[in-house]
Ligand binder design. Structure first.
Ligand SMILES: NC(=O)c1ccc[n+]([C@@H]2O[C@H](COP(=O)([O-])OP(=O)(O)OC[C@H]3O[C@@H](n4cnc5c(N)ncnc54)[C@H](O)[C@@H]3O)[C@@H](O)[C@H]2O)c1
Length: 335
């Protein structure tokens, strides 16, 4: 297959692209190497992808519609959209970055696809769209109308924009709601990376909501496996003959559905920290902090729909995933 991966120098886009290349697919990657975190990490990821002859890289912002159209014109079996301005907390500091990358960037991608849709478009969304929904686990069919951060609001907007394009221009679309993804080559702004760095430096770690947080931590390899399995699960047009799937989020108006990809098993932040301490063989100094604006106390994915569509559920426990990250971190930052 020939697949367009946006955000190919990012944490998730890189892992996905690497798996696709290893299995023999052609991957065209787009990334702007934005300075939200150290672009050197993005360069290092792309260097690994560049070892494959079937990888082609384009360095550009999705806001550049003309350039995007030219790349898209070669035609793709699938498009996987991982480029975004991510992060809940930073959306209070620089909200404009979210409008530009997530709203305008996604709009441009949809525009590029509209005249000649790919076989399947898969767009990254987030568990943050569930806001502070009290009922857990979160089902795809739950209301997700009360975003608590601009990050969540822009991601929810991309879901709705993609629905309109799926309806108007028959772009078969799957929205992927990711739940706190972690693992090797992970993001420096996320808890695991920050905690490992601080503990190794003998510095305290900030535990928001005084540590009373639960996250459905999802190991990167599990996430990529789920994405690969969803690639051929193309949402059909409404009315097309297909067996109904229980609990499906398939739109009655468009070839569009939304699927949670999470561990389906929330971990207490305290247990996550304990797994890091065990992997590092060091004790963390804890700095309890109040809840951060825009954050939610718990996330918990129901993964039945993913399982019904693909026969797969993420299963890697943090006791395995955290040491894998620590091994990578030690190797990557080895003096
Ligand atoms: N990592 C998680 O836990 C998590 C959870 C939920 C959702 N997501 C979503 O998954 C996707 C991938 O996240 P990630 O963790 O790999 O983040 P990341 O920041 O590592 O990757 C995003 C990549 O997109 C690129 N990018 C940003 N704006 C761009 C633009 N305007 N044009 C072109 N490239 C641009 C960045 O340079 C970066 O390499 C994002 O859509 C994110 O919102 C991630």
């Amino acid at each position: 297959m020939r697949i367009l991966v946006t955000g190919s120098a990012g944490f998730i886009g890189f892992h996905l692209a690497r798996r696709l290349l290893r299995r023999g697919d052609e991957v065209v990657g787009i990334d702007a190497f934005t300075p939200y975190y150290d672009p050197a990490l993005k360069e290092a990821r792309h260097e690994i992808l560049a070892q494959h002859k079937t990888f082609v890289a384009h360095r550009l912002r999705l806001e550049n519609l003309d350039a995007l159209r030219k790349i898209y014109a070669q035609g793709f079996d699938a498009v996987v959209h991982c480029a975004a301005q991510a992060g809940v907390r930073y959306s209070l500091e620089d909200p404009r970055a979210y409008i530009d990358a997530n709203i305008v960037g996604t709009y441009n991608l949809l525009e590029a696809m509209r005249d000649s849709p790919p076989g399947h478009a898969l767009l990254a969304s987030t568990s943050s769209v569930y806001g502070a929904n009290a009922r857990v686990p979160f089902f795809e069919t739950d209301r997700a109308d009360h975003p608590l951060s601009l990050y969540a609001a822009t991601k929810k907007a991309t879901e709705e924009m993609a629905h309109a394009y799926a309806h108007l221009f028959a772009v078969p679309t799957t929205m992927l709601r990711f739940f706190t993804v972690y693992g090797p080559w992970g993001r420096p702004d996320m808890a695991l990376f920050k905690f490992v760095k601080a503990i190794l430096a003998g510095e305290p770690i900030d535990l928001y909501n005084y540590g009373k947080m639960r996250r459905d931590f999802t190991f990167i390899d599990d996430l990529v496996e789920a994405m690969l399995r969803l690639l051929p699960v193309v949402p059909g047009r409404p009315g097309a003959r297909q067996a109904p799937v229980e609990g499906d989020s398939l739109s009655p108006q468009a070839p569009w559905r939304v699927v949670n990809i999470g561990a389906g098993k929330p971990t207490d932040l305290e247990d996550f920290v304990a797994a890091i301490e065990a992997a590092l063989q060091r004790k963390a100094q804890r700095n309890p902090m109040p809840m951060q604006k825009g954050d939610v106390p718990a996330t918990f994915a129901n993964t039945d729909l993913l399982f019904r569509l693909t026969g797969y559920r993420p299963a890697t426990p943090v006791g395995e995933g955290v040491p894998a990250f620590v091994a990578w971190y030690r190797h990557y930052f080895a003096p």
